[in-house]
Write a protein that binds this ligand. Structure first.
Ligand code: SAM
Length: 263
């Protein structure tokens, strides 16, 4: 289903502005979730994979390292550029996940990591992932788990509150069962679902501050607004996660659902 409305025009420039910072400070943390999804979906040599909202290309790189035929798409040109450099064998395009520039039934596996919730309508985006997967293929969606299972929420929330409010309620895809229901409504069949531990660790206070400053453009805020919030956040909200050696560690849970595309 091709969506008329996409959020690529808004999300693309914001993530483009944060592209280098995202790749350097943040993208690596989700490695355990990427590995778990690759295993659950049986990713193997020759699998035709599309990663929707591929960011700086970490899942594309993992898939290519397993011998898969890899495609990716993201709204942020700066991230697409980084992904293309990281995975030269992959076909990586700039564009919206809600309107994918591939014909029906192009892939064996279509994935979306921490990306679908940015779509104008998660159900419509999921139906579009299903379209390009085609009957017999799989669609795997991975997101942060429940807010109460994610310690990083304490430091993300003050930054997120700076972002202009959405014109619709945030999709509740982090809650167990919600993504499954949205997928069923999009004509998908749940094959498996699981939680994955994804700790975020920073060697010291300066590293945590640098990472949060680098992420601020993705929330659409400039340094004059974000800097004081980052400083206050690290001083207060992050302090319970500071260890005796000065490092920080936050325990988090991601959730994924692997869907089968049935006729
Ligand atoms: C939090 S990042 C996750 C990136 C990557 N999947 C990962 O897990 O590292 C969200 C990504 O979704 C992309 N994105 C958000 N809305 C999008 C849309 N409507 N179409 C295409 N990409 C979108 C952003 O540009 C960004 O790269």
């Amino acid at each position: 289903m091709n969506a008329e409305r996409t959020t690529a025009d808004a999300e693309g420039p914001a993530w483009h502005a944060a592209a280098d910072g995202w790749a350097e400070h943040w993208a690596g943390f989700a490695a355990p979730a990427r590995e778990a999804v690759a295993q659950a979906a049986g990713l193997t040599a020759g699998t035709a994979v599309l990663d929707a909202g591929c960011g700086s290309g970490e899942f594309c790189a993992l898939a290519a390292s397993r011998g898969a035929r890899v495609s990716g798409i993201d709204a942020a040109p700066g991230l697409v550029e980084i992904a293309r450099r990281a995975v030269p064998s992959a076909e990586i395009r700039t564009g919206p996940i809600e309107r994918l520039p591939w014909p029906d039934a192009s892939f064996d596996l279509v994935t979306a990591f921490n990306a679908l919730q940015f779509a104008a309508d998660v159900g419509v985006a999921l139906a579009e992932l299903r379209r390009v997967a085609g009957t017999g293929a799989q669609v795997a969606v991975c997101n942060w788990g429940r807010v109460e299972d994610s310690e990083m929420e304490a430091v993300f929330r003050p930054l997120a509150e700076l972002k202009a409010p959405r014109d619709r309620p945030a999709p509740r895809v982090r809650e167990p069962g919600v993504l499954e229901d949205v997928g069923r409504q999009a004509g998908l069949t749940v094959r498996s679902a699981a939680e994955v531990d994804v700790p975020y660790a920073f060697p010291d206070r300066a590293a945590l501050e640098r990472a949060l400053r680098a992420l601020a453009p993705a929330y659409g805020v400039g340094p004059e607004t974000s800097e004081p919030v980052v400083a206050a956040t690290v001083e207060t909200a992050a302090s319970p996660y500071r260890r005796a050696d000065g490092s920080y560690r936050f325990e988090n849970t991601y959730r994924y659902v692997v869907f089968a595309v049935t006729a």
